[in-house]
Design a protein around this ligand. Sequence first.
Ligand code: PEP
Length: 251
Amino acid sequence: METRRPLIAGNWKMYKTNPEAVESAGRLVELVADTDGVDIMIAPVFTALDPVSKVVRDTRVGLGAQNLYWEKEGAFTGEISADMLVSAGCRYVIIGHSERRQYFGETDETVNRKINAALAADLIPVFCIGETESERDSGKTFSVLDKQVKDGLNNRVVDELGTLVIAYEPVWAIGTGKTATSDQAQEAHKYIRSLISDSFGTALADTVRILYGGSVKPANVSELMGMADIDGALVGGASLEAESFSQIVKF
Ligand code: PEP
């Protein structure tokens, strides 16, 4: 079995002005300078990417964006392309976050186009999936995950997916303080890995990193990270403070 290098990713959502983002990133860089064996990513708002990239360059902290648009350039007011994110210093991009699906009309089809654009630009896609509370309550968790994974990765071939990161984020656990139990998360992660195995083979299934997201905090991260198929965390609220995020990084 391959060893998967953990990734702890912070989604800053629509928080922090540029001075606040620069300050927070600088503090994080100091706090995690001595960490080893874990990849770290923060995803500030678009306008803060360039100044934060200067703070995190050549440090333990990688830079990600929270979204992209799949076209290279053109008359698409308000959108940002994969190449533009690369030019602002990004290595990662979060795609299909549930808040984008819920408030901004993202579908599995648009997510698929965005993943393709990210991969073509050598950005690491952090592909978010997860069921709502009512879907879980009605026993649909696995069928929802099945559709999101298959449609999100539709038309991709295994050779393109070496860097893919998947984030399992049960919608009912995001920003609610309700974390999935480590057994619930492990069950979903194991299922997602089996979907990757069925569609793309065991080699990719063994290496693909699957992050858990949903109210991850310093107090619950080590139990979650102890599960066999949990390879990291996508952290919202607790990533906004450098101190708490650095504790999560040091799970
Ligand atoms: C997220 O934004 O992806 C997230 C998981 O948020 P929180 O950690 O606040 O639940």
